[in-house]
Design a protein around this ligand. Structure first.
Ligand SMILES: Cc1ncc(COP(=O)(O)O)c(C=O)c1O
Length: 415
Protein backbone atom coordinates (compact mmCIF):
# COMPACT_ATOMS: atom_id res chain seq x y z
CA UNK A 1 0.00 0.00 0.00
CA UNK A 2 1.08 3.52 -0.67
CA UNK A 3 0.57 4.48 2.95
CA UNK A 4 2.73 1.61 4.22
CA UNK A 5 5.72 3.13 2.50
CA UNK A 6 5.36 6.65 3.80
CA UNK A 7 8.51 7.73 5.58
CA UNK A 8 8.27 8.93 9.13
CA UNK A 9 8.59 12.65 9.62
CA UNK A 10 11.30 12.09 12.20
CA UNK A 11 14.08 11.32 9.73
CA UNK A 12 17.18 13.45 9.41
CA UNK A 13 18.22 15.37 6.35
CA UNK A 14 21.46 17.08 5.49
CA UNK A 15 19.83 20.30 6.56
CA UNK A 16 19.16 18.99 10.05
CA UNK A 17 16.41 17.29 11.97
CA UNK A 18 12.82 18.31 11.52
CA UNK A 19 10.40 17.77 14.37
CA UNK A 20 10.34 14.65 16.48
CA UNK A 21 8.52 11.35 16.17
CA UNK A 22 5.25 11.21 14.28
CA UNK A 23 3.49 11.00 17.67
CA UNK A 24 5.25 14.21 18.76
CA UNK A 25 4.32 15.82 15.47
CA UNK A 26 0.70 14.90 15.93
CA UNK A 27 0.67 16.42 19.42
CA UNK A 28 2.36 19.55 18.09
CA UNK A 29 -0.09 19.95 15.19
CA UNK A 30 -3.04 19.33 17.46
CA UNK A 31 -1.78 21.91 19.91
CA UNK A 32 -1.32 24.43 17.10
CA UNK A 33 -4.62 23.89 15.34
CA UNK A 34 -6.89 22.89 18.22
CA UNK A 35 -9.12 25.91 17.73
CA UNK A 36 -9.60 25.34 14.00
CA UNK A 37 -12.50 23.44 12.54
CA UNK A 38 -11.45 20.97 9.86
CA UNK A 39 -11.32 20.76 6.89
CA UNK A 40 -8.33 23.09 6.83
CA UNK A 41 -4.91 23.11 5.19
CA UNK A 42 -1.62 23.89 6.84
CA UNK A 43 2.03 24.38 6.09
CA UNK A 44 4.55 23.32 8.70
CA UNK A 45 7.08 26.14 8.36
CA UNK A 46 9.97 24.23 9.89
CA UNK A 47 9.61 21.50 7.26
CA UNK A 48 8.99 24.07 4.51
CA UNK A 49 12.14 26.01 5.38
CA UNK A 50 14.19 22.87 5.63
CA UNK A 51 12.94 21.79 2.17
CA UNK A 52 13.74 25.25 0.82
CA UNK A 53 17.30 25.08 2.16
CA UNK A 54 17.75 21.59 0.77
CA UNK A 55 16.71 22.73 -2.72
CA UNK A 56 19.22 25.59 -2.53
CA UNK A 57 21.93 23.17 -1.38
CA UNK A 58 21.16 20.78 -4.23
CA UNK A 59 21.26 23.58 -6.80
CA UNK A 60 24.86 24.25 -5.75
CA UNK A 61 24.82 27.94 -6.59
CA UNK A 62 22.74 27.79 -9.76
CA UNK A 63 19.80 30.24 -9.53
CA UNK A 64 16.45 28.56 -8.90
CA UNK A 65 13.28 29.68 -10.64
CA UNK A 66 10.19 29.03 -8.54
CA UNK A 67 7.47 26.89 -10.20
CA UNK A 68 4.41 28.82 -9.02
CA UNK A 69 1.96 26.05 -9.97
CA UNK A 70 3.57 23.97 -7.25
CA UNK A 71 2.94 26.57 -4.53
CA UNK A 72 -0.17 28.59 -5.55
CA UNK A 73 0.10 30.86 -2.55
CA UNK A 74 1.39 34.38 -3.18
CA UNK A 75 2.60 34.95 0.37
CA UNK A 76 4.73 31.81 0.38
CA UNK A 77 6.06 32.54 -3.10
CA UNK A 78 7.11 36.00 -1.93
CA UNK A 79 8.91 34.51 1.07
CA UNK A 80 10.79 31.98 -1.04
CA UNK A 81 11.75 34.55 -3.65
CA UNK A 82 13.15 36.79 -0.94
CA UNK A 83 15.54 33.99 0.03
CA UNK A 84 19.07 33.66 -1.36
CA UNK A 85 19.32 31.27 -4.27
CA UNK A 86 15.92 31.94 -5.85
CA UNK A 87 15.41 34.15 -8.89
CA UNK A 88 12.18 34.63 -10.77
CA UNK A 89 8.97 32.70 -11.24
CA UNK A 90 8.00 30.00 -13.69
CA UNK A 91 4.31 30.83 -14.04
CA UNK A 92 1.75 28.41 -15.45
CA UNK A 93 -0.58 30.73 -17.35
CA UNK A 94 -0.32 34.19 -18.82
CA UNK A 95 -3.28 35.54 -16.78
CA UNK A 96 -1.45 34.32 -13.68
CA UNK A 97 1.77 36.05 -14.78
CA UNK A 98 -0.13 39.29 -15.47
CA UNK A 99 -1.70 39.13 -12.02
CA UNK A 100 1.62 38.38 -10.30
CA UNK A 101 3.24 41.25 -12.22
CA UNK A 102 0.45 43.57 -11.04
CA UNK A 103 1.28 42.45 -7.49
CA UNK A 104 4.93 43.41 -7.93
CA UNK A 105 6.48 40.08 -8.96
CA UNK A 106 9.26 40.43 -11.52
CA UNK A 107 11.08 38.10 -13.87
CA UNK A 108 8.13 35.91 -14.83
CA UNK A 109 8.43 33.19 -17.46
CA UNK A 110 5.18 31.55 -18.55
CA UNK A 111 6.09 27.89 -18.91
CA UNK A 112 3.35 26.76 -21.30
CA UNK A 113 2.16 28.17 -24.63
CA UNK A 114 -0.76 30.59 -24.44
CA UNK A 115 -3.59 31.37 -26.83
CA UNK A 116 -5.52 33.57 -24.40
CA UNK A 117 -6.48 36.56 -26.55
CA UNK A 118 -7.41 38.97 -23.77
CA UNK A 119 -4.27 38.17 -21.80
CA UNK A 120 -2.04 38.50 -24.88
CA UNK A 121 -3.55 41.87 -25.72
CA UNK A 122 -3.08 42.98 -22.13
CA UNK A 123 0.54 41.86 -22.28
CA UNK A 124 1.14 43.74 -25.54
CA UNK A 125 -0.30 46.91 -23.97
CA UNK A 126 1.84 46.64 -20.86
CA UNK A 127 5.18 47.57 -22.38
CA UNK A 128 6.71 45.37 -19.73
CA UNK A 129 9.94 43.50 -19.63
CA UNK A 130 8.94 41.38 -16.70
CA UNK A 131 6.99 38.65 -18.55
CA UNK A 132 8.32 36.15 -21.07
CA UNK A 133 5.97 33.85 -22.96
CA UNK A 134 6.75 30.37 -24.31
CA UNK A 135 6.44 29.06 -27.85
CA UNK A 136 7.49 25.93 -29.65
CA UNK A 137 6.08 26.45 -33.15
CA UNK A 138 5.63 28.95 -35.96
CA UNK A 139 1.86 28.51 -35.72
CA UNK A 140 1.91 29.98 -32.23
CA UNK A 141 3.88 32.98 -33.50
CA UNK A 142 1.38 33.45 -36.33
CA UNK A 143 -1.59 33.25 -34.02
CA UNK A 144 -0.15 35.66 -31.48
CA UNK A 145 0.80 38.14 -34.23
CA UNK A 146 -2.77 37.94 -35.48
CA UNK A 147 -4.20 38.47 -31.99
CA UNK A 148 -2.07 41.37 -30.82
CA UNK A 149 -1.17 43.06 -34.14
CA UNK A 150 1.51 45.76 -34.23
CA UNK A 151 3.05 46.72 -30.91
CA UNK A 152 5.54 49.27 -29.76
CA UNK A 153 7.31 46.96 -27.30
CA UNK A 154 8.37 43.53 -28.56
CA UNK A 155 7.00 40.46 -26.81
CA UNK A 156 9.66 38.61 -24.91
CA UNK A 157 9.69 34.96 -25.90
CA UNK A 158 11.40 31.74 -24.89
CA UNK A 159 11.63 28.57 -26.96
CA UNK A 160 10.40 25.36 -25.35
CA UNK A 161 12.66 22.47 -26.37
CA UNK A 162 11.74 18.79 -26.11
CA UNK A 163 13.92 17.22 -23.41
CA UNK A 164 12.60 13.71 -24.02
CA UNK A 165 14.85 10.73 -24.58
CA UNK A 166 14.56 9.05 -27.96
CA UNK A 167 15.88 5.64 -28.89
CA UNK A 168 15.50 3.32 -31.89
CA UNK A 169 15.77 6.33 -34.21
CA UNK A 170 12.89 8.13 -32.53
CA UNK A 171 10.51 5.16 -32.59
CA UNK A 172 10.63 4.99 -28.78
CA UNK A 173 10.20 8.37 -27.09
CA UNK A 174 10.34 8.73 -23.34
CA UNK A 175 9.26 11.97 -21.74
CA UNK A 176 6.30 14.32 -21.61
CA UNK A 177 4.61 15.14 -24.91
CA UNK A 178 5.55 18.77 -24.97
CA UNK A 179 7.50 20.61 -27.63
CA UNK A 180 8.00 19.31 -31.20
CA UNK A 181 11.41 21.04 -31.26
CA UNK A 182 14.02 18.38 -30.52
CA UNK A 183 17.21 18.88 -32.51
CA UNK A 184 19.68 21.78 -32.62
CA UNK A 185 18.66 22.32 -36.25
CA UNK A 186 14.95 22.59 -35.35
CA UNK A 187 15.74 24.95 -32.49
CA UNK A 188 17.91 27.16 -34.71
CA UNK A 189 15.21 27.25 -37.41
CA UNK A 190 12.58 28.39 -34.94
CA UNK A 191 14.96 30.92 -33.41
CA UNK A 192 15.63 32.34 -36.88
CA UNK A 193 11.90 32.62 -37.53
CA UNK A 194 11.47 34.58 -34.27
CA UNK A 195 14.31 37.04 -34.83
CA UNK A 196 13.22 37.74 -38.41
CA UNK A 197 9.79 38.91 -37.24
CA UNK A 198 8.93 42.37 -35.99
CA UNK A 199 7.58 42.59 -32.48
CA UNK A 200 9.46 39.67 -30.97
CA UNK A 201 12.53 39.40 -28.77
CA UNK A 202 14.03 35.96 -28.22
CA UNK A 203 15.38 35.92 -24.68
CA UNK A 204 15.39 32.35 -23.43
CA UNK A 205 15.30 28.61 -23.85
CA UNK A 206 13.56 26.07 -21.67
CA UNK A 207 13.84 22.27 -21.76
CA UNK A 208 12.07 20.39 -18.96
CA UNK A 209 13.17 16.78 -18.50
CA UNK A 210 9.94 15.43 -16.99
CA UNK A 211 11.14 11.83 -17.29
CA UNK A 212 13.89 12.59 -14.77
CA UNK A 213 12.54 15.48 -12.71
CA UNK A 214 9.03 14.13 -12.23
CA UNK A 215 9.53 10.38 -11.89
CA UNK A 216 10.80 8.99 -8.59
CA UNK A 217 13.71 6.63 -9.23
CA UNK A 218 12.94 4.29 -6.31
CA UNK A 219 9.23 3.40 -6.61
CA UNK A 220 8.15 1.65 -3.41
CA UNK A 221 7.79 -2.11 -3.72
CA UNK A 222 8.94 -2.13 -7.36
CA UNK A 223 12.70 -2.77 -7.37
CA UNK A 224 12.88 -3.94 -10.98
CA UNK A 225 11.01 -0.91 -12.22
CA UNK A 226 13.37 1.21 -10.12
CA UNK A 227 16.41 -0.35 -11.80
CA UNK A 228 14.94 0.22 -15.27
CA UNK A 229 13.99 3.80 -14.42
CA UNK A 230 17.44 4.61 -13.13
CA UNK A 231 19.08 3.19 -16.25
CA UNK A 232 16.79 5.20 -18.54
CA UNK A 233 17.23 8.36 -16.48
CA UNK A 234 21.03 8.00 -16.60
CA UNK A 235 21.03 7.57 -20.38
CA UNK A 236 18.54 10.38 -20.81
CA UNK A 237 20.52 12.81 -18.64
CA UNK A 238 23.69 12.05 -20.60
CA UNK A 239 22.00 12.50 -23.97
CA UNK A 240 20.21 15.66 -22.86
CA UNK A 241 23.36 17.30 -21.50
CA UNK A 242 25.00 16.99 -24.89
CA UNK A 243 21.97 17.94 -26.97
CA UNK A 244 21.01 20.85 -24.72
CA UNK A 245 24.53 22.28 -25.01
CA UNK A 246 24.40 21.95 -28.80
CA UNK A 247 20.98 23.60 -28.94
CA UNK A 248 22.12 26.47 -26.74
CA UNK A 249 25.19 26.94 -28.96
CA UNK A 250 23.07 26.93 -32.12
CA UNK A 251 20.52 29.40 -30.75
CA UNK A 252 23.10 31.68 -29.12
CA UNK A 253 24.56 32.15 -32.59
CA UNK A 254 21.22 33.68 -33.60
CA UNK A 255 20.14 35.58 -30.48
CA UNK A 256 21.74 36.47 -27.22
CA UNK A 257 19.91 34.49 -24.52
CA UNK A 258 19.25 35.79 -21.02
CA UNK A 259 18.44 32.36 -19.61
CA UNK A 260 18.48 28.63 -20.31
CA UNK A 261 16.03 26.94 -17.97
CA UNK A 262 15.75 23.27 -17.14
CA UNK A 263 14.87 20.71 -14.55
CA UNK A 264 12.53 20.39 -11.63
CA UNK A 265 12.57 19.25 -8.02
CA UNK A 266 13.50 15.69 -8.99
CA UNK A 267 16.42 16.53 -11.27
CA UNK A 268 18.15 19.45 -9.57
CA UNK A 269 21.55 17.72 -9.30
CA UNK A 270 21.83 16.55 -12.91
CA UNK A 271 20.35 19.72 -14.40
CA UNK A 272 22.59 21.93 -12.30
CA UNK A 273 25.61 20.00 -13.52
CA UNK A 274 25.09 21.18 -17.09
CA UNK A 275 27.13 24.28 -17.85
CA UNK A 276 24.74 25.26 -20.65
CA UNK A 277 21.84 25.59 -18.18
CA UNK A 278 21.78 28.96 -16.42
CA UNK A 279 18.92 28.28 -14.01
CA UNK A 280 17.00 25.34 -12.62
CA UNK A 281 13.29 25.25 -11.76
CA UNK A 282 11.83 23.86 -8.52
CA UNK A 283 8.61 24.11 -6.58
CA UNK A 284 7.09 20.81 -5.46
CA UNK A 285 9.96 20.00 -3.14
CA UNK A 286 8.88 22.88 -0.89
CA UNK A 287 5.60 21.25 0.16
CA UNK A 288 7.02 17.71 -0.04
CA UNK A 289 3.96 15.87 -1.41
CA UNK A 290 3.86 12.06 -1.55
CA UNK A 291 4.91 11.75 -5.22
CA UNK A 292 8.30 13.10 -4.11
CA UNK A 293 8.84 10.39 -1.48
CA UNK A 294 10.42 7.98 -3.94
CA UNK A 295 13.64 9.67 -5.03
CA UNK A 296 17.00 8.39 -3.85
CA UNK A 297 18.89 11.69 -3.99
CA UNK A 298 16.67 13.76 -1.71
CA UNK A 299 13.92 13.40 0.88
CA UNK A 300 11.59 16.37 1.28
CA UNK A 301 9.85 16.71 4.63
CA UNK A 302 6.06 16.67 4.53
CA UNK A 303 5.28 20.37 4.88
CA UNK A 304 1.81 20.82 3.39
CA UNK A 305 -1.10 18.87 4.83
CA UNK A 306 -4.82 19.02 5.21
CA UNK A 307 -6.87 17.96 8.20
CA UNK A 308 -10.26 16.28 8.01
CA UNK A 309 -12.66 15.52 10.86
CA UNK A 310 -13.65 12.01 11.90
CA UNK A 311 -17.42 12.02 11.57
CA UNK A 312 -18.30 8.35 12.09
CA UNK A 313 -17.02 4.94 13.11
CA UNK A 314 -18.51 2.25 10.86
CA UNK A 315 -16.86 -0.61 12.77
CA UNK A 316 -13.70 -2.14 14.17
CA UNK A 317 -10.48 -0.83 12.57
CA UNK A 318 -12.12 1.92 10.55
CA UNK A 319 -12.92 5.59 11.03
CA UNK A 320 -14.55 7.78 8.43
CA UNK A 321 -13.57 11.39 7.80
CA UNK A 322 -15.55 14.04 5.97
CA UNK A 323 -14.41 14.77 2.40
CA UNK A 324 -10.91 13.89 1.25
CA UNK A 325 -11.28 13.14 -2.46
CA UNK A 326 -8.56 15.54 -3.50
CA UNK A 327 -6.95 13.52 -6.25
CA UNK A 328 -3.88 14.74 -8.06
CA UNK A 329 -3.70 15.19 -11.84
CA UNK A 330 -1.82 12.80 -14.10
CA UNK A 331 -2.22 9.12 -14.93
CA UNK A 332 -5.22 7.93 -12.94
CA UNK A 333 -3.58 5.45 -10.62
CA UNK A 334 -3.30 4.97 -6.85
CA UNK A 335 -0.25 7.17 -6.56
CA UNK A 336 -2.54 10.16 -7.22
CA UNK A 337 -4.60 9.57 -4.08
CA UNK A 338 -3.98 11.60 -0.94
CA UNK A 339 -2.37 9.64 1.89
CA UNK A 340 -3.37 9.60 5.56
CA UNK A 341 -0.31 10.91 7.37
CA UNK A 342 -1.11 11.40 11.06
CA UNK A 343 -1.91 9.55 13.23
CA UNK A 344 0.69 7.23 11.71
CA UNK A 345 -0.35 3.77 10.53
CA UNK A 346 -3.64 4.60 8.82
CA UNK A 347 -4.35 3.66 5.22
CA UNK A 348 -7.05 4.20 2.63
CA UNK A 349 -9.60 1.56 1.76
CA UNK A 350 -8.77 -0.01 -1.63
CA UNK A 351 -12.41 -0.07 -2.71
CA UNK A 352 -13.34 3.44 -1.70
CA UNK A 353 -10.08 5.35 -2.02
CA UNK A 354 -10.59 9.02 -1.14
CA UNK A 355 -14.23 9.99 -1.54
CA UNK A 356 -15.99 13.16 -2.62
CA UNK A 357 -17.85 13.48 0.67
CA UNK A 358 -16.27 10.91 2.95
CA UNK A 359 -13.13 8.82 3.23
CA UNK A 360 -12.72 5.74 5.43
CA UNK A 361 -9.29 5.23 6.95
CA UNK A 362 -8.26 1.78 8.06
CA UNK A 363 -5.77 0.29 10.48
CA UNK A 364 -5.22 -0.19 14.20
CA UNK A 365 -4.96 3.54 14.99
CA UNK A 366 -8.49 4.01 13.62
CA UNK A 367 -9.80 2.35 16.79
CA UNK A 368 -8.24 5.09 18.90
CA UNK A 369 -9.89 7.84 16.87
CA UNK A 370 -13.05 9.34 18.30
CA UNK A 371 -15.72 11.27 16.49
CA UNK A 372 -14.50 14.86 16.27
CA UNK A 373 -10.80 13.90 16.10
CA UNK A 374 -8.77 14.86 13.06
CA UNK A 375 -6.78 12.92 10.51
CA UNK A 376 -3.97 14.78 8.73
CA UNK A 377 -3.44 13.91 5.08
CA UNK A 378 -0.79 14.66 2.49
CA UNK A 379 -1.64 15.43 -1.13
CA UNK A 380 0.11 13.49 -3.91
CA UNK A 381 1.11 16.69 -5.73
CA UNK A 382 2.07 20.10 -4.46
CA UNK A 383 0.13 23.19 -5.51
CA UNK A 384 -3.05 21.37 -6.46
CA UNK A 385 -3.92 21.14 -2.77
CA UNK A 386 -4.39 24.90 -2.81
CA UNK A 387 -7.26 24.61 -5.28
CA UNK A 388 -9.23 22.96 -2.45
CA UNK A 389 -8.61 25.48 0.31
CA UNK A 390 -8.99 29.24 0.63
CA UNK A 391 -6.09 29.56 3.02
CA UNK A 392 -3.05 27.88 4.49
CA UNK A 393 -2.43 27.98 8.22
CA UNK A 394 1.28 28.51 8.74
CA UNK A 395 2.55 26.60 11.74
CA UNK A 396 5.76 27.37 13.59
CA UNK A 397 6.46 24.83 16.29
CA UNK A 398 3.17 24.36 18.09
CA UNK A 399 1.55 27.64 17.05
CA UNK A 400 -0.36 28.92 14.05
CA UNK A 401 1.58 32.09 13.30
CA UNK A 402 -0.31 33.26 10.24
CA UNK A 403 -3.14 32.40 7.89
CA UNK A 404 -2.37 33.22 4.27
CA UNK A 405 -4.68 33.00 1.26
CA UNK A 406 -4.10 30.51 -1.51
CA UNK A 407 -4.63 31.59 -5.12
CA UNK A 408 -8.15 30.24 -4.74
CA UNK A 409 -8.59 32.25 -1.56
CA UNK A 410 -7.71 35.37 -3.54
CA UNK A 411 -10.41 34.44 -6.04
CA UNK A 412 -7.82 33.36 -8.61
CA UNK A 413 -8.36 30.15 -10.51
CA UNK A 414 -6.00 29.82 -13.44
CA UNK A 415 -6.22 26.13 -14.30
C1 LIG B 1 8.15 23.40 -17.34
C2 LIG B 1 8.34 22.81 -15.99
N1 LIG B 1 9.49 23.03 -15.34
C3 LIG B 1 9.70 22.52 -14.11
C4 LIG B 1 8.75 21.75 -13.49
C5 LIG B 1 9.09 21.16 -12.14
O1 LIG B 1 8.37 21.68 -11.09
P1 LIG B 1 8.44 21.00 -9.66
O2 LIG B 1 9.74 21.31 -9.06
O3 LIG B 1 7.31 21.65 -8.95
O4 LIG B 1 8.24 19.55 -9.83
C6 LIG B 1 7.54 21.48 -14.12
C7 LIG B 1 6.53 20.64 -13.49
O5 LIG B 1 5.59 20.18 -14.07
C8 LIG B 1 7.32 22.03 -15.41
O6 LIG B 1 6.18 21.81 -16.09
Amino acid sequence: MLTDTLPSVSRLSETGPVAGSSADDLVRLERATGELDPPFALVDLEAFRSNERDIVRRAAGKPIRLASKSVRCRALQQRVLATDGWRGTLAFTLPEALWLASCGFENLVVAYPTVDRAALRALARMETHSITIMIDSVQQLDLIDEIVGRRSTPLRVSLDIDAGWWSLAGRVRIGAKRSPVHSPFEAASLATEVVQRDGWELVGLMAYEAQIAGVGDAPPGRPVRGLALRAIQRLSARELAQRRAEIVGAVQAIASLEFVNGGGTGSIESTTNEAAVTEVTAGSGLYGPTLFDSYRSFEPHPAAMFALPVVRKPGHGVATVLGGGYLASGAGDRTRLPAPHLPAGLRLDRQEGAGEVQTPVLGGPADDLRIGDRVYFRHAKAGELCERFDSLHLIDGDRVVEEVPTYRGEGRCFL
